[in-house]
Design a protein around this ligand. Structure first.
Ligand SMILES: C=C(O[C@@H]1C=C(C(=O)O)C=C[C@H]1O)C(=O)O
Ligand SMILES: [Mg+2]
Length: 467
């Protein structure tokens, strides 16, 4: 249980230490303060590049909420068995006897768990994703939460009776000053030309042909195939600069970054897997794609074409069917429109069916993640057959592409997106991931074209274009 008290940070840490002694266990202590002056989340992220390199996370939703987590007060081991429920259990255990001080617990403040999963726990690890295990979650030591125009800072520590409180407190103060000291490492970042390679283009077209044949032979209804583009420049990419560009250009997407060692998985996804806010859950079916028009009229016509296109409707409907089934099963009330609308982001437009629901019997956010992932927007239908097909036929490791990525707070509220429109950046090289839903009416070259459209948000953020 979490108790909220009004004390100064040093006293809070001391109380934590006493409790740790009394219970002979480590105690999670968190302290939330409303900041009087605005702090730029991207600068805050960038300022952590010295002390927290390798343990930084950024999350921004489409409603004005931004969270930046830095350092780890708690790190969780990779899950075994059902990894989602293992993480949830470990998180609940951390919260037992936890102490919270300062501001009353507002959404996304206080102790928060941030992280994500890989797409397929059964896929083997390649060197591409060496830093990312099948689940990586931390409770950040420093968490900046920006909610509309309010800024909160939460400091979280795992305290034992041996913790040298005064020394620890001094360290926290120093790091806080470093994080809020307005010096951007990207100031001298220059535009450079990018070298862009479409990896195994022809081979990918063959895989699409094979998928279409297997669908026509009745093996499955839909499968989502992905591929990579490799992008490089002379000097290293600057994560904060990429975030800044995504934030500027992709306002209708969730912007995320998870840094592990020298690698950062970053992107701007329009797709929500699941969000919990009090009793309400929100998810969305997003599948079926067409380009944006150059003029408003052309854009409207393309949207109209998408809404009436048999192949795209079928791609979308498979997702609606599966997500609706899960929501009907776990919820007491489910609201969804009877036909899709359009979801327009800067480079593409999608068919979109939002769903709002109320769960039965306190079913948790993690249970929804467990049941939904992967939806047929990233896996296929039937789920197990499609995921197996992907594992056996795609020629690279998806890693965290297409996976649930997000956060949960101590009230159980939180949000997970589907990590698409993304790239894994290591120094001066970025691997971009793009995919598309294959159904019986798919045409390999149009699907290839669709993947190129979906690469644009990341390519623009990295500073280049495909002709
Ligand atoms: C697989 C991706 O996107 C998914 C596939 C879509 C499609 O094929 O129409 C549309 C949105 C997403 O569900 C991706 O962007 O990599
Ligand atoms: Mg498609």
């Amino acid at each position: 249980m979490i108790i909220v008290k009004q004390l100064e940070l040093l006293d809070c840490l001391k109380e934590g230490c006493q409790k740790a002694k009394k219970l002979s266990k480590q105690i999670l202590v968190s302290f939330t303060k409303r900041l009087g002056t605005a702090v730029s989340p991207i600068e805050f992220f960038d300022n952590g590049r010295h002390s927290f390199q390798g343990t930084r996370m950024y999350w921004s939703d489409t409603q004005g909420m931004i969270m930046v987590g830095m350092g780890a007060a708690v790190k969780y081991p990779a899950g075994t068995g059902n990894r989602t429920l293992t993480v949830e259990k470990a998180w609940k255990k951390t919260l037992e006897d936890a102490l919270h001080y300062g501001e009353k617990q507002l959404r996304g403040t206080g102790p928060v768990l941030m992280g994500g999963f890989s797409f397929d726990p059964l896929q083997e690890n390649s060197s591409l994703w060496e830093n990312f295990r099948q689940n990586e979650f931390i409770v950040p030591q420093f968490l900046l939460t920006k909610n509309q125009n309010e800024h909160y800072l939460t400091v979280t520590a795992l305290i034992s009776e041996q913790t040298e409180i005064n020394h620890y407190y001094k360290q926290i103060k120093e790091k806080y000053n470093e994080l809020t000291s307005r010096v951007s490492g990207c100031i001298n970042y220059k535009e450079e030309s990018l070298n862009i390679i479409e990896d195994q283009r022809d081979q990918w077209l063959d895989i699409v042909e094979k998928a279409i044949a297997d669908i026509n032979n009745g093996l499955m209804e839909k499968v989502v195939l992905s591929r990579t583009l490799t992008v490089s420049r002379e000097t290293p990419f600057c994560t904060a600069e990429v975030l800044r560009r995504l934030q500027e250009k992709q306002a209708d997407s969730f912007i995320f970054a998870v840094e592990k060692g020298n690698a950062v998985f970053i992107g701007a996804t329009p797709e929500r897997l699941i969000e919990k806010s009090g009793p309400q859950f929100r998810t969305m079916c997003l599948a079926g794609t067409i380009a944006r028009g150059k003029t408003m009229e052309q854009d409207r016509q393309l949207g109209e074409e998408l809404l009436n296109d048999k192949k795209n409707i079928s791609e979308h409907q498979t997702v609606v069917n599966m997500i609706s089934d899960v929501m009907e099963r776990l919820c007491q009330s489910v609201n969804k429109p009877s036909s899709p609308a359009l979801y327009k982001v800067k480079d593409v437009q999608h068919l979109y069916t939002p769903i709002i629901a109320e769960a039965k019997n306190n079913i948790s956010l993690f249970s929804f993640v467990d049941e939904l992932h992967p939806t047929p927007a990233l896996g296929g239908e039937p789920k197990e057959k499609a995921v197996k097909w992907i594992r056996e036929n795609e020629t690279y490791e998806r890693g965290w592409y297409g996976s649930p990525l997000g956060w949960i707070d101590s009230q159980g509220d939180g949000e997970f997106g589907v990590a698409i429109r993304s790239a894994l950046i290591k120094e001066n090289k970025a691997t971009l991931f793009v995919g598309c839903g294959i159904v019986e009416d798919s045409d390999p070259l149009s699907e290839l074209n669709e993947t190129l459209m979906k690469a644009r948000p990341m390519l623009t953020a990295l500073g280049g274009h495909l002709k």
